[in-house]
Design a protein around this ligand. Structure first.
Ligand SMILES: [Zn+2]
Ligand SMILES: [Zn+2]
Length: 202
């Protein structure tokens, strides 16, 4: 997405500010499942830090969804802060200090390892622009839950009468729990019967 490709030459000493409303479908990589959110707001600044660039910002968004347990309408608020360090380079060599190590000998072994740990946190860009697109997509994937719950303690629906137990109470509860205690035995005896039948058939 073009708005998210920041040209290095546009990053002044004060930094480069970004505040955009973004269509999530435009961030979506090919062959990847869509996320249940249409738009997000991205705010942040890219600043020079020595040879590198630091992006600090946040993603805001609202997801209207149904609770997966009680089916009530609910809202999920997305509010994620990010700090990303970008370093210019070629991914393969820059992320592989082992090559460096074999060239410079044993003594640098420890240093190479520390550098590697640091590099693992860095994001590498090539050429003269930083593309935030894949990193924003990644944040969304990490943040958006697989299951939506209106509340961590959502009571859900009564399996007998279908009433939303967050709002109302029903009288099925007692009977359900009674049946529930017998359920495993019933299932087991049915299963055993099935086995018996099968062995008779043979
Ligand atoms: Zn719920
Ligand atoms: Zn009920």
């Amino acid at each position: 997405m073009d708005i998210l490709k920041i040209r290095i030459m546009d990053i002044s000493d004060k930094g480069y500010e970004i505040n955009e409303v973004i269509k999530v479908s435009e961030l979506q990589p090919v062959d990847v499942e869509a996320l249940p959110i249409e738009i997000i707001q991205l705010m942040g600044t890219v600043k020079k830090t020595g040879k590198n660039f630091l992006f600090q910002g946040k993603i805001l968004g609202i997801i209207n969804h149904k609770c997966d347990r009680c089916l009530d309408d609910m809202q999920y608020r997305l509010d994620r802060e990010m700090t990303w360090l970008f370093e210019r380079g070629l991914v393969s060599t820059d992320l592989n200090p082992i090559i460096e190590e074999s060239r410079s000998g044993e003594s640098k072994h420890r240093k190479a390892k520390d550098e590697f740990d640091e590099l693992a946190e860095k994001r590498v860009f090539q050429g003269d622009e930083i593309d935030l697109t894949p990193y924003i997509w990644e944040e969304l994937v990490l943040d958006i839950p697989y299951k939506f719950l209106c509340d961590i303690n959502c009571a859900g629906l009564c399996p007998e009468c279908g009433i939303n137990l967050n709002h109302e109470k029903c009288s099925c509860g007692i009977r359900v729990s009674k049946e529930a205690t017998h359920l495993p035995n019933t299932k087991l005896s049915e299963l055993l019967q099935g086995i018996n039948l099968n062995s008779k058939e043979e």
